[in-house]
Design a protein around this ligand. Structure first.
Ligand code: NAG
Ligand code: NAG
Length: 488
């Protein structure tokens, strides 16, 4: 019988003992009153944000959140495409365990009946609610956002989502065109609103309702931005991406200022992240679908009242709305930040621990039969002492942290389905590790029927050093290994 998750085992051997010893030190009792959770998941958001040092992006509301948060500067998704990434971090398991590398299976029947983060909170007395794109829609969440297991109430989807492909953009020819990225006049679009606006309104309504609830709440809000058409010239794609970031930032700003208005900011932790990054022309690539940092790196920040920031005094507002399009105001720096590479699969144990719930145990290998366990490391240790101060740019912190990502390919050379191969077409899996110093990727043979990676058949390798090559343009794998050159 083939060994499941062999790729991970291969990597895990090196660091297993380090992780095991660190993990025992991070467990223990962590007591808080039942904190509410507001989990904001932004679609396709690379850390093009002011608080991550991007001086082009206008994201004052997220920067303001970061100023009260612990920010992870080097956080990475486990696979740079929506459904596999979301199923991975929401179940706390890696793609090799969810066995979802494409969009076409539901883990509960295809891999194992794994618990999810919201399900765990629900089973621990929380009212759990989903607004917008949290789980990826479709088969990968059983066409129901994993209802009824994950959610206390039916998930909400904005009604205007269905007009995503409606012709609303006036072109130079004077005609209306479908699916072009353009500024829209909200009054001109069907229903006079946009999906992310509707999601914000729904989330604020739910917060208002929960204000008087005896039970704590777990509210996940998923923002999604329009897909960018590739026929646009490069300059405009980048411009449109930054405009979308600012638009989404206004939604986050409205949501967080409502949290203030409802006096919920003292009892609610706010976590903001994304499912993966987005390439804006780097390596000649657009969108996601790779193991490079631009595709795998995500924003990740936690505001924990009284822990990452002092509790607001009566009448004090932590999150007053800031207009991203107003004349530039002073850039807010993150409250505290951590440089160690961390993974999105860390969300499950970290959220549980921050809420004072029992942190699920580390998974055995294999773990297909275990409903509740986690493959990620808890990040609680970073919240422990008030003396955690690791400045961005200050390289040379702890060297043992590693983030794993992976990406499947149907062939060694690019072809029509290279970006999104179906499970049956996967022939090569790229396993990638990111340390504080380097990114190392090996592309090995993969058998999609047995879910078996063969590390004795290396198709290509990549090695990039962070210090000298931050954009990962100069592969030095050949020099270091004498192996074949990468063809990706
Ligand atoms: C899967 O887990 C859910 C939630 O705990 C449970 O209700 C269901 O019975 C389980 N299904 C199977 C087949 O074990
Ligand atoms: C998936 O959804 C279908 C249709 O609602 C339902 O019959 C089935 O039980 C669901 N699968 C699981 C594992 O809950």
């Amino acid at each position: 019988m083939p060994l499941p998750g062999q790729g991970l085992l291969w990597f895990g051997v090196v660091l297993g003992s380090i992780y095991a010893s660190r993990e025992s030190a991070t467990q223990g009792n962590w007591t808080t009153d039942a904190l509410n959770v507001l989990l904001i998941i932004v679609d396709d958001l690379r850390p093009s944000l002011g608080c991550y040092g991007d001086r082009l992006a206008k994201s004052p509301n997220i920067d303001q959140l970061a100023s009260h948060s612990l920010l992870f500067y080097n956080a990475f998704a486990q696979q740079a495409v929506c459904a596999p990434s979301r199923v991975s971090f929401l179940t706390g398991r890696r793609p090799d365990t969810t066995r979802l590398y494409d969009f076409n299976s539901y883990w509960r029947v295809h891999a194992g009946n794994f618990s999810t983060i919201p399900q765990y909170f629900k089973e621990n007395g929380y009212v759990t609610m989903s607004v917008g794109k949290v789980f990826h829609p479709g088969i990968s969440s059983n066409h129901s956002d994993d209802s009824p297991y994950s959610w206390s109430v039916p998930p909400y989807h904005p009604s205007s989502e269905k007009y995503e492909n409606t012709k609303t953009c006036r072109g130079p020819d004077g005609e209306l065109h479908a699916n072009l990225l353009c500024p829209v006049d909200v009054a001109d679009v069907p229903e006079g609103t946009l999906p992310d606006k509707q999601s914000t309104e729904q989330a604020i309504q739910l917060l208002t309702k929960m204000k008087t609830s005896a039970e704590p709440f777990f509210l996940a809000v998923g923002y999604h931005k329009p897909h960018i058409p590739f026929r646009y010239p490069k300059r405009k794609i980048r411009q449109s991406y930054f405009a979308s970031v600012s638009y989404m930032d206004t939604q986050v700003g409205r949501l967080l200022s409502a949290l203030d208005d409802l006096q919920l900011a003292t009892g609610t932790m706010v976590v903001l992240t994304s499912d993966h990054g987005w390439s804006l022309g780097e390596h000649g690539e657009w969108a996601k679908y790779s193991n490079f940092d631009v595709s795998t790196r995500v924003p990740l920040m936690f505001y924990v009242p009284g822990r990452t920031a002092p509790l607001p005094e009566a009448g004090q507002r932590l999150f007053p709305y800031v207009d991203p399009f107003a004349p530039a105001s002073e850039l807010l720096e993150p409250g505290q930040s951590v440089l160690d590479p961390v993974e999105l699969v860390a969300l499950f144990p970290t959220l549980a621990g921050l809420a004072g719930l029992h942190v699920p145990p580390l998974c055995p290998v294999p773990s297909f039969h275990v409903e509740l366990c986690r493959e990620g490391q808890s990040l609680l240790k970073y919240f422990r002492s008030s003396s955690v101060e690791v400045e961005p740019g200050l390289l040379g912190g702890p060297r043992e942290s590693i983030a794993y990502s992976q990406y499947p390919r149907p062939a060694d050379s690019p072809q029509w389905n290279s970006d999104k191969p179906s499970l049956k077409d996967i022939k090569v899996m790229g396993y990638s590790i990111r340390t504080i110093d380097y990114r190392y990727t090996v592309w090995v043979s993969f058998d999609p029927r047995e879910f078996l990676a063969n590390f004795s058949e290396v198709h290509a390798g990549e090695l990039y050093f962070v210090d000298s090559d931050p954009w990962q343009d100069h592969n030095v794998y050949n020099g270091s290994q004498g192996g074949p050159s990468p063809r990706h």
